[in-house]
Design a protein around this ligand. Structure first.
Ligand code: NAD
Ligand code: USQ
Length: 382
């Protein structure tokens, strides 16, 4: 299958590109390298050293003989996108290419506007590009579990059967996102659903939970193929951040009570979920929604798991309860359905002590690269 991975230089996109290439797909990457520029803006870095995109794909070709073509450019530039679509004629378009940090989107007006324009306009361009150039192409779009927020009822996969005043309907599940970033994903979902209806686009919206881990079998083949791993207060995410904090002797930064519960998945499952979605395309006109996570944990559960493994490895790790910089419930009901990907063959890699230990051991080699002043959260929601 000819597959475009937009955002293929990023944390989820790069290992997905390698994995799909290894599976025999004809893969190309679109990326404007914005993520590397946000590191410069924030005076931050990936804890793992990462090679340039051109070096990465050259090394992949050298090791496997397989070519991954790269297109450096912005989804917001429609002429560029159209040119790539006309050249590649993709059968699947995997869309990771957005600004994905909730704190980054909450820095100030400029960052909120940038996040929503980048994400919403980029996604709209993808929809118009598919309609005009490759109408049969399957859009596989990364959404987020955070679109749903934390309602006091179970979260279904995209749709909710509602009975109201004696009538029944199946309606899009209510959305209560918690940041301007998460809101951008809701706007994307609405635009995709609308274009499925009016133009017959085929689309799968993957409402992904928080991803942990950082390497896959492919990225481990050579240091040049190594994946990025974020730890700072803006782009670092809960479990990965806690593991890195434990290796530098930093308290684990639980925000508030730590009862915030989210869906999580291993990066190795992310790449497999994309493969499953690609191999089982949505029908023409279908707006399909999968909840892409494998397990639910509270932030405090995760901190306790990391603390246990870190202590076994000789680190005296403490858990701190910081004033929560976000506006979110710290104790709440959370139960989300996640059966559709499993029904299509996903076999989850669960979060065991060994998984935490492996990540911890891998990051220990790079702990000198951590810029300590970037670890505490610096962005307030208020
Ligand atoms: P990332 O920032 O590491 O990667 C995103 C990539 O997209 C970057 O390489 C960036 O340069 C590129 N990009 C951004 N805007 C672009 C544009 N306008 N044109 C071209 N390229 C652009 O993020 P990630 O962690 O790999 O996340 C990928 C996707 O998955 C995002 O859409 C994110 O919302 C979603 N997601 C991520 C997680 C997670 O825990 N990392 C969880 C759920 C959903
Ligand atoms: N949290 C802490 N301490 C930390 C970091 C986070 O307590 O040091 C808490 C947050 O307050 C929040 C939860 O952990 O309640 C998750 O925060 P996060 O930073 O790990 O993840 P989030 O901001 O939700 O965003 C990440 C990705 C985003 C993706 C989302 C999936 O950056 O791209 O969409 O996870 S989800 O959370 O399901 O919406």
């Amino acid at each position: 299958m000819n597959i475009i991975i937009a955002g293929g230089d990023g944390f989820c996109g790069w290992p997905t590109a390698l994995y799909l290439s290894k599976q025999g797909h004809d893969v190309s990457i679109i990326d404007n390298l914005a993520r590397r520029k946000w590191d410069d803006e924030l005076h931050s870095n990936s804890i793992t050293p990462i090679a340039d995109l051109s070096e990465r794909v050259e090394k992949w070709k050298e090791l496997t003989g397989r070519e991954i073509r790269t297109y450096e450019g912005d989804l917001n530039h429609y002429d560029f996108l159209k040119q790539v679509l006309m050249t590649e004629k993709p059968e699947a378009f995997v869309h990771f290419a957005e600004q994905r940090s909730a704190p980054y989107s909450m820095i100030d007006r400029e960052h909120a506007v940038y996040t929503q324009v980048n994400n919403v306009v980029g996604n709209l361009n993808v929809l118009f590009g598919i309609k005009e150039i490759v109408p049969d192409c399957h859009l596989i779009k990364l959404g987020t579990m955070g679109e749903y927020g934390t309602p006091n009822i179970p979260i279904e996969e995209g749709y909710l059967e509602v009975e109201h005043k004696g009538r029944k309907d199946v309606l899009p599940y209510p959305k209560q996102p918690g940041s301007f970033y998460h809101l951008s994903k809701v706007h994307d979902s609405h635009n995709i659903m609308f274009t499925c209806k009016i133009w017959g686009i085929r689309a799968t919206d993957l409402n992904q939970g928080v991803v942990y881990g950082h390497e896959t079998d492919e990225t481990k083949m050579d240091p040049v193929l190594s994946n990025r791993l974020d730890y700072d207060g803006v782009f670092g995410t809960a479990l990965n951040r806690f593991i890195i904090q434990s290796t530098i002797g930093h308290d684990l930064t639980v925000y508030g009570k730590g009862g915030q519960t989210r869906g999580f998945l291993n990066l190795e499952d992310t790449v497999r979920c994309i493969e499953i979605a690609a191999e089982n395309p949505a029908d023409r006109g279908e707006f399909r929604v999968f909840n892409q996570f494998t397990e639910e944990f509270s932030v405090l559960d995760l901190a306790a798991k990391v603390q246990k493994v870190a202590q076994e490895e000789g680190f005296g790790t403490n858990i701190a309860h910081l004033d929560n910089p976000r506006v979110e419930l710290e104790e709440h009901y959370f139960h989300a359905v996640n059966t559709k990907l499993k029904d299509l063959g996903l076999e989850p890699h669960l979060l065991t002590d060994e998984v935490i230990r492996d990540i911890l051991k891998a990051v220990m080699h790079h702990k000198d690269r951590v810029i300590e002043e970037n670890v505490l959260p610096g962005v307030s929601w208020k």
